[in-house]
Design a protein. Structure first.
Length: 612
């Protein structure tokens, strides 16, 4: 049965009348935020916004690393018809500048430090949030986001002076609810506009498909700066009067607590990304029954392609069902579901479309039959309203995904590749052109090419190939540092190769497959030199660490603790140990992995394995 709520005003008013006001909305290790707490905050924020003359159609940029602030501000703004421009706190100044250049913004709500770093313009409405400690960094922010670090938060002192107002406005379905700018060139990111009709329609689909009810507890650690974390986390919980669990800031040292949290918080649905499943599989020994509780239903994999091997291995290990999904930021969250129902369940596929239509076409737009590969098109009420300052390139009301797919004889769909040059790293969409633009601006680089390569942990990693401008060859450490000045860590190349020239066709276009083959040969030569002892273990550890942590590391960093090495966080730690295992052909146990707390300890453990 479909959810019958169609507006955020109705949502708030129903929540006010609901006898379950004491039900938790958000739980973490610091405190429990009830629906009563949340509604009081929404009411105070509504009164605050009225005083600041924010109204239906206003546009406000929002970026906070504090969970509860980000959640409550988003819900309050959307409930008042204000279009929320969601910006990742890790964004660089040039990217934020590009967003402001594309559209008229009426105000901003940003963490105090970022407001200064970004050099935000003076507007009629400005709210600089007080600092909140953030213990996560690098790609961790991208994939997992942050969690509250104290009982209070940046908004409490401001809002206490306002009496709650629940006079929410009537909002038409075609009004914009929020805008997310996808990865693009640093000067021209693409803004995806999701309407209220898009959002509420899709939330109803998620409620039904995931079999959620008022007793459901959703665990979702994904970043609140991206749709899979925000929409399938707090917004979905609020829509369904469910509880959201985000227990603590993730750390490998607390892996046992993460497993325990599924029982402690009575989690029924775990929405996560394949990279997290890889991590849990790695540390599964002794925790295989973590999901064997009366409340738990299934795991939902989102944000990135789920490899069949990981899918099967995880279910075999934990004896739990993993539901696979497929969607785009342009479709709010999902469009295809493999499970939980048996009628749409086939491991290896993305399942079948739900509450939307799909078709596969060739380059001429002619629809293909079963078992023929073509571009996937989608049509439905959840497909975005429009791009900022640009029309959607529809094909007779069908939205082109840019992904290549095939449908089997039973109606199951499979993704076979991408028509567009997009890199998906840990669920984050990355445009190669954005990185190329930065690389080409380096004084020692004449031209460059960027592409994605398979990665066991993150799905894909960013590979950059550069051609020197002159005789001087750019050093990898310097190029990496240069990139970090302009790009978020997740977009900084994991591997950088220098070549004399890029292979090109008669029209001057880079022949990517030829380039990839050349780089594979170079990488193999480096691997062979390692196996023949031409490169020391220490040098190799430093090289791998620099790549995994997107940092410029030298011998002087060998004894620094992991907490003091920029970019070294728990999930990049997993990538580091995975690559150590592959390079040195060794196996690292969970104890070994947890004992790697410095590069020196990594070197020592690797040497013991190799020599043993």
């Amino acid at each position: 049965m479909k959810h019958d709520i169609r507006s955020f005003k109705e949502l708030a008013l129903r929540r006010l009348d609901n006898h379950r006001a004491k039900q938790p909305f958000l739980v973490n290790e610091k405190r429990v935020y009830t629906y009563h707490d949340l509604l009081q905050r929404l009411g105070r924020l509504t009164a605050f916004f009225r005083g600041e003359r924010l109204s239906v159609g206003s546009k406000v940029l929002l970026s906070s690393s504090d969970d509860y602030s980000q959640m409550s501000l988003f819900l309050a703004l959307v409930s008042n018809g204000v279009a929320v421009i969601i910006v990742d706190p890790d964004s660089k100044k040039e990217r934020v500048k590009g967003i402001f250049s594309q559209m008229d913004v009426d105000g901003w709500i940003v963490d105090q430090a970022k407001a200064k770093t970004w050099g935000l313009p003076e507007l009629d409405f400005m709210l600089s949030l007080e600092p909140v400690k953030n213990v996560q960094d690098s790609i961790m922010n991208k994939l997992l986001g942050s969690v509250d670090n104290k009982d209070g938060d940046a908004l409490s002192n401001i809002l206490n002076q306002f009496e709650p107002s629940f006079d929410f406005p009537e909002i038409q379905g075609d009004e914009i609810a929020y805008i997310i700018f996808t990865s693009g060139t640093t000067s021209d990111p693409k803004g995806i506009q999701i309407s209220h009709k898009n959002l509420t329609t899709h939330l109803a689909t998620l409620m039904s498909q995931y079999e959620l009810n008022n007793n459901s507890v959703i665990c979702n650690f994904l970043s609140l700066a991206h749709a899979d974390g925000l929409i399938q986390g707090p917004v979905l919980a609020y829509f369904g009067l469910c509880t959201l669990s985000r227990p603590f800031a993730f750390d490998v040292g607390r892996i046992s607590e993460l497993f325990d949290s599924f029982y402690k918080y009575r989690v029924s649905h775990f929405i996560t990304a394949p990279a997290i499943l890889t991590l849990l599989q790695k540390f599964s020994d002794g925790f295989e029954d973590s999901f064997h509780t009366p409340e738990f239903k299934f795991i939902i994999s989102t944000a990135a392609p789920l490899e069949t091997t990981l899918w099967r291995d995880f279910m075999d290990t934990f004896k739990v069902k993993v539901v696979n999904t497929y969607g785009l930021t342009e479709t709010v969250a999902e469009s295809f579901y493999c499970g939980p129902g048996e009628d749409c369940w086939k491991v290896g596929s993305i399942g079948k479309p739900v509450d939307c239509e799909a078709r596969i076409v060739d380059e001429r737009g002619v629809e293909l039959g079963s078992n023929e590969v073509g571009e996937l098109l989608i049509k439905g009420d959840h497909v975005m309203h429009s791009y900022v300052n640009s029309d959607i390139i529809y094909r007779n009301d069908w939205f082109p995904t840019g992904d290549l797919a095939v449908r089997d004889d039973e109606g199951f769909y499979y993704i076979k590749g991408r028509k567009k040059s997009l890199i998906i790293r840990g669920g984050i969409n990355i445009s190669p052109e954005e990185i190329t633009e930065v690389l080409d601006s380096h004084p020692l680089i004449g031209e460059s090419c960027v592409y994605g390569q398979h990665d066991e942990v993150w799905g894909e990693k960013v590979v950059a190939v550069v051609v020197p401008e002159g005789e001087e060859v750019p050093k990898e450490r310097e190029v990496r540092k240069f990139c970090k000045d302009y790009l978020e860590d997740v977009k900084t190349p994991s591997e950088i190769f220098v070549v004399k020239e890029l292979p090109k066709g008669s029209m001057g276009k880079v022949q990517l497959e030829r380039l990839k083959a050349t780089i594979e040969e170079v990488a193999k030569e480096m691997e062979d030199s390692i196996q023949h002892g031409q490169i020391s273990v220490r040098e190799d550890v430093l090289t791998l660490a620099s790549s995994c942590f997107n940092a410029s590391l030298g011998i002087e960093d060998m004894h620094r603790h992991s907490n003091n090495v920029e970019g070294w966080n728990s999930l990049d730690h997993l990538e580091f140990v995975t690559r150590l295992e592959k390079h040195f052909e060794i196996h690292l146990s969970p104890v070994d992995i947890m004992n790697i707390s410095s590069l020196a300890s990594a070197e020592r453990i690797v040497l013991a394995k190799v020599e043993g």
